[in-house]
Design a protein around this ligand. Sequence first.
Ligand code: BTN
Length: 272
Amino acid sequence: MGFNRQLLETALKSGIWYNYLPSSLHIFDSVSSTNQILWDLLKNGADKNSIVIATQQTAGKGQWGRQWISPTGGLYLSVGIVPKLEATDSYRLTLASAWGIAAQLRQWCISVGIKWPNDLVLHGRKLGGILTETKVHNGQIIQAVIGVGINWANPVPDTGINLQSWQASQPHKAISCLEILTSTVLLGIKSGIDCLCQEGVSVLLSRYLDLLTNIGEQVYINNLLGTVVGVTSQGKLCVSFNTDDTNEIKTPEIYMEPGTISLGYRESSVLL
Ligand code: BTN
């Protein structure tokens, strides 16, 4: 079944998007990747805040060059934004979107958490992910595309969870269709970016950390066992080590770049 544009617009207009311009909302049945299509549209002069939604993707992109399997039933969308941000701070867009989306879903009593750096998790399983891409000029981000994939009714692997099936096992039905999920996610991205831009990165980070499921988790780094204690404003994972007489490590805390360590879902964490 295709995406119902009218239902989405109604959901959007009932929220903060009462002034929403539908002309910047591009809905497709099947695309290679919504991120890629949005970049193509932007290149051809589309509104810098355009949104692309697709029923399925044939070449969905995940983090670290992975593929994002995207059959019908899932939510696949990309949002264009022009943040006033230096390129070195680009990861803040992912932190902001992850927090905003998780917070909005929690308003529907869906207890979504965040798994560092960009995963949305529900009961320890992957519900969705975020892929932010940027175009940079003179060290400044001049255009960003935030891509979000959420498992709604699509099949998922063992480590994943889909929201529609999970909701079916709950006493209260919350989100009733893909279009309402879409408006919730769009609102989440907007509220996350607004928090970053208006309240600042410290506020955003403390909200992100409140929903982070990895705090206190034990990880091995270079064969040393450490504990996850936080995330920096540039998205690095802070891991602290006990320094006792038998431990030769000099710095009690180290910072891991996103993509250099995977915290995993079931197995213990491994260096990539
Ligand atoms: C991850 O690896 O966890 C991030 C996955 C992001 C997937 C979304 S689906 C919509 C958008 N278009 C893409 O090609 N990727 C993102």
